[in-house]
Design a protein around this ligand. Structure first.
Ligand SMILES: C[S@@+](CC[C@H](N)C(=O)[O-])C[C@H]1O[C@@H](n2cnc3c(N)ncnc32)[C@H](O)[C@@H]1O
Length: 431
């Protein structure tokens, strides 16, 4: 039977993983040669951030600290200045944000470069356009060039048109790992972009190595990467302000697939989130919670209301909390919570101590190879229970994937973060 945090044993039927929810195989494991796999992954990098999403996210930091970008060098290092809404946002708001400098570098390999030119820079006439090569654009001031009484993107266009010295070709093709891009990175204070997801681990490692502040877009899966999660655990990287659910809508590669159009713009939905190490207001808001007793009596979640106690995992010394709003306010031990908890994470209220992944090494038990019985009864020998929070069941479940170890039945739940409350004050302990 599943162990519970209090009196009676109850069987858990919450949040278990199923084979269809498993992470897709890594590109390296796919039955195709590496270069083909790399080309496929690179193609999946081609989607472009909407202006409104950039504006909404950045304005939330300004609400918390209006000087977040003041006097700073901002570098967008995966951004064709003629296409990228990151460039457009920072150029148009250069004076409002108080930027010292805006640097943007484009990438030779981008198939979109030159496809939807904003500035007509490479217009050859007769409707033909040259495909631009990688360039760096550096802007140190934005003045009212067109004399309309304000400074904005039109002024930047005119400025760029008349000041060709502000842009220069990049011999290294604009790769963020090239020496000339690393030189620009060294001069930057804050890096803001949506980088290629296929190179995400390397991309973040480079930012961390150079000690940069950043605000970047990531695939949600990146949270559980063994190269990324330790940064989250050490509070060196956290979620941005825009919420987790529903993914983000991006402008699709002009040749690629799309799911809807708005005002003629083709959009695709990607399970993306913002990662940052810039402070913002949401991470200082305290999550309001009920006590364990009140959750068990009044929770809106049928999986919790009326139970005798919270379930305990078989392989982690922690209780299972299937919803963030069901975290008990008066439990001082370790709790397994959904990954979406990160949306509400306040580092003064909770400490992240691990993730239920084998590589994190926090399990109190390791299972020998075991039998998986899938929904349709198919049997296979696996080690899967070691890479998930496992729940022991009192009897064999019907119609769902389960595991048998030494004649005992288990299910594997979804990946969980392991958290613990920061020390509660004496006053909090009495309430
Ligand atoms: C997800 S797209 C986002 C583009 C742009 N930052 C935006 O948000 O609209 C990632 C971009 O990075 C470019 N890219 C791919 N590999 C790169 C590399 N090694 N260095 C720099 N940019 C790269 C891709 O061509 C693509 O345009």
């Amino acid at each position: 039977m599943a162990k519970t945090a209090s009196r009676k044993h109850t069987r858990n039927r919450l949040g278990r993983s199923s084979p269809s929810m498993a992470a897709p195989p890594k590109v390296e494991n796919m039955p195709m040669n590496r270069s083909l796999a790399a080309a496929k992954a690179a193609k999946q990098d081609e989607f472009y951030t909407q202006y409104v999403d950039i504006q909404k996210e950045i304005e939330a930091y300004l609400e918390f600290d209006p000087d977040t970008f003041r006097g700073k060098v901002v570098y967008c290092n995966c951004d064709d200045p003629f296409e990228s809404n990151f460039f457009k946002y920072f150029a148009a708001n250069f004076n409002k944000l108080g930027l010292k400098k805006l640097v943007t570098t484009s990438y030779d390999g981008s198939p979109i470069a030159g496809a939807q030119l904003t500035f007509g820079e490479y217009d050859e006439g007769n409707g033909k356009r040259q495909k631009p090569k990688a360039i760096a654009v550096e802007i140190e001031e934005v003045k009212d060039v067109n004399g309309d009484g304000a400074t904005g993107i039109e002024d930047v266009k005119l400025f760029l048109k008349h000041n060709s010295h502000t842009r220069r070709p990049l011999a290294g093709g604009g790769d963020f790992r090239s020496l000339e891009c690393i030189d620009l990175l060294k001069q930057a204070d804050i890096v803001v972009t949506n980088p290629p997801f296929s190179l995400f681990r390397e991309y973040v490692a480079q930012l961390v190595e150079h000690g940069k502040k950043f605000l970047i877009i990531a695939n949600k899966n990146a949270i559980t990467y063994k190269e990324i999660f330790p940064l989250i655990k050490q509070n060196k990287l956290w979620m941005g302000v825009s919420a987790f659910s529903g993914g983000m809508w991006f402008i699709a590669d002009y040749k690629g697939k799309y799911e809807k159009t708005i005002d003629g713009v083709k959009l695709i939905n990607v399970p993306a989130i913002w990662f940052t190490n810039l402070d913002h207001g949401r991470r200082h808001q305290k999550l309001p919670l009920m006590t364990m007793e009140d959750n068990l009596r009044f929770s809106k979640h049928k999986e919790i209301k009326g139970k005798a106690g919270y379930d305990r995992y078989d392989n982690y010394d922690a209780i299972e909390v299937p919803y963030t709003d069901a975290i008990p306010s008066n439990y001082d031990g370790v709790m397994g919570v959904p990954i979406t908890f990160l949306d509400k994470y306040n580092p003064d209220q909770f400490e992240i101590i691990g993730i239920t992944k084998t590589w994190d090494g926090g399990a109190c038990k390791t299972y020998p190879m075991h039998t998986q019985i899938s929904k349709d009864g198919k049997k296979s020998i696996v080690s899967k229970l070691n890479d998930a929070p496992a729940m022991k069941l009192g009897k064999r479940p019907v119609g769902e994937t389960h595991y048998i170890v030494d004649r005992e039945y288990f299910v594997a739940l979804y990946q969980r973060l392991l958290i613990r409350p920061r020390a509660r004050t004496a006053k909090e302990k009495t309430t």
